[in-house]
Write a protein that binds this ligand. Structure first.
Ligand code: GLP
Length: 260
């Protein structure tokens, strides 16, 4: 696993975008996995700079979001479909027809989840998946206890996740369920780029990167991926034991591997 500790959020975004651009640049019709939350916003801003200056062409790319709240239609203001539209699709000038988000209100949820998996396969698989991390170690909405081989499916949100996300909803209503790509789906991506910011993520990052691989910390499955990059700010990386080693590794990167 490549672990990069950055001075600030802007640097986190720039370095994550560099790793993403490297992965996408290799394919004629690239496929990117999108995440919601505050963590990827700097990455999206840095990707936008590359699109605007012509160094990154997303004109033929397809996009698949990680997850969606169950019970929200795609035009609900708090749906992830709407969040992805507002934070990624519109600012980067992407054709919305090429952006896929799991349905939060399908009549047949299991069939919709299977169809989502098939759409990812039909696109050729995800080249690079952007990830954030929940304070309990979840990725997407794969809560602790999620199967490492899980595919896109409905899950129940934990009380902690509902409390963490309550700020987006009124006090009376936080969804209880979601639809999320599974850990097996996420692990099928060619590269994983996880970003985390702030002290509230320090325990989750330490457990994911240096703890035992365990369903109790779903993000720890990244230790089994060949090409996983974790980019954190100082606060999110504060509890990593091998901080000095990660810093040395980054400083000593050969020029061909340095973020650009
Ligand atoms: C939600 C999303 C996750 C995201 C997490 C962290 O629970 N389902 O994909 O990683 O929030 O969000 P933030 O980046 O805002 O801390």
């Amino acid at each position: 696993m490549e672990v990069i500790i950055c001075a600030n959020e802007q640097q986190v975004g720039r370095i994550a975008a560099s790793r993403i651009a490297d992965s996408l640049g290799r394919r004629e019709s690239p496929v990117m996995g999108l995440a919601t939350g505050s963590s990827p916003l700097g990455t999206y801003a840095a990707l936008k700079e590359r699109v605007d200056d012509g160094t990154l062409d997303l004109g033929r790319a397809q996009f698949f979001a990680l997850d969606e709240y169950w019970g929200l239609s795609s035009d609900h203001p708090n749906s992830y479909a709407e969040t992805i539209r507002a934070t990624f699709t519109e600012p980067l000038g992407i054709d919305p027809a090429r952006v896929h988000v799991p349905s939060g209100d399908a009549d047949d949820v299991d069939a919709a989840c299977d169809a989502y998996e098939q759409a990812i396969s039909a696109a050729g698989g995800i080249d690079v998946q952007i990830l954030g991390i929940g304070s309990n170690g979840h990725i997407g909405f794969n809560e602790p206890g999620s199967s490492f081989t899980s595919r896109t499916r409905m899950k129940t949100l934990t009380a902690r996740t509902r409390a963490d996300n309550a700020r987006f909803f009124g006090p009376d209503f936080v969804p209880t369920h979601c639809v999320t790509q599974g850990l097996g789906t996420i692990m099928g991506a060619g590269r994983l780029v996880l970003t985390a910011l702030g002290a509230a993520k320090a325990d989750a990052i330490a457990a994911a990167v240096e703890g035992p691989v365990s369903a109790m910390c779903p993000a720890s499955i990244l230790q089994f991926h060949r090409y996983a990059t974790v980019v954190v700010d100082e606060a999110a990386g504060a509890k990593l034991q091998l901080k000095d080693y990660y810093r040395d590794s980054f400083a000593l990167l050969p020029s061909s591997r340095r973020p650009h």
